[in-house]
Ligand binder design. Structure first.
Ligand code: CP
Length: 313
């Protein structure tokens, strides 16, 4: 694997390989000193043109736990503010010597452009409304951790699917892993076309929840909505929010997930997010180990022989 740009580039074997590596890096992360020398001498740069808390910090943490050097690019304090182009910025950074560029941008397709300009490996950390592959991988890992497998699980993805790069990547990853996915949303929050999406669709969350093993709430992305798509947030919550009352429809062992950041009280009630069957903070924790696995695959000296030697440091 040269880059990680899209979940669509990963078949079942490739996803399982990342799950297997993640198991090893979860173990590393639980050690008193959670660090291995696997990427010593390598440099990982975070090139984020869009806000992030979880993805940026977990990639940096992952790189440090692998003993890589890290560089951080922030648009607001960079020469991008003086008008430097994306291409000049990327090539300037590459000239300093980097092995992996982790890129987030508000425009779909930017990671592919970056990959065409550099020799370094490129990871898509979110491009517009298009894809967020490492989020999908950490979501697969978290579900597998909770339920043993995704094969045959019924997963409901609820909310603002149309604007969600998480939903696009998750649908591909979850169905590749053998899950049955149902999208639950008002028609205005679904993509214009679902042709080719291997999913069922419903607009009745109360009907779907009792038959669901995993309910995945999406963030309402008001910043990406260019027109009024809902009568009001209150009405959205009344029909599609995982309220305290509605959560009672779930089976006892059903898992509640959200990619973060949450709009508590909109797509998920604060109290529901804090319950034991909600694994939202586990998703964040697993994100570090999954990203260690991805960085290792892309930049490890011997990607076929992973943490066995390196993990023992
Ligand atoms: N889930 C996710 O991508 O969160 P951040 O925007 O905080 O990185």
């Amino acid at each position: 694997m040269k880059h990680l740009l899209s979940v669509a580039d990963l078949d079942l074997d490739a996803i399982n390989e990342i799950m297997r590596l993640t198991d090893q890096f979860v173990e590393v992360s639980e050690r008193p000193i959670p660090r291995v020398p696997a990427l010593r001498g390598r440099t990982v740069v975070s090139l984020f043109y869009e806000e992030s808390t979880r993805t940026r910090l977990s990639f940096e943490t992952a790189a440090k736990r692998l003993s890589a050097d890290t560089m951080n690019f922030s648009v607001s304090t960079s020469s991008a503010k003086k008008g430097e182009s994306l291409r000049d910025t990327v090539q300037t950074i590459e000239a300093m010597g980097v092995d992996v560029i982790v890129v987030r941008h508000s425009s779909a397709g930017v990671p592919w452009q970056v990959a065409s300009w550099v020799d370094a490996a490129v990871v898509n950390a979110g491009d517009g409304e298009h894809e967020h592959p490492t989020q999908a991988l950490l979501d697969c890992y978290t579900i597998r951790q909770q339920r043993g497998t995704l094969e045959g699980l019924r997963i409901a993805i609820v909310g603002d699917v149309g604007h969600s790069r998480v939903a696009r990547s998750d649908v591909h990853a979850f169905t590749t892993m053998g899950a049955d996915v149902t999208l639950v949303a008002p028609p205005t929050l679904l993509p214009a076309s679902l042709e080719g999406w291997p999913v069922a669709v419903s607009n009745d969350l109360d009907d779907v929840l009792p038959k669901t093993d995993v309910v995945y709430l999406l963030r309402m992305q008001l910043e990406r909505q260019r027109e009024a798509l809902l009568p009001s947030l209150r009405e959205y919550t009344a029909r599609y929010g995982l309220t305290r009352d509605r959560a009672r429809l779930l089976a006892d062992d059903a898992v509640v997930m959200h990619p973060g950041p949450m709009n508590r009280g909109v797509e998920i009630a604060a109290e529901v997010a804090n319950r034991p069957n909600s694994v939202i903070t586990k998703q964040v924790a697993n994100g570090v180990a999954v990203r260690m696995g991805v960085l290792f695959l892309l930049a490890g000296a011997n990607p076929r022989e992973p943490a066995a030697g390196d993990a023992n440091g």
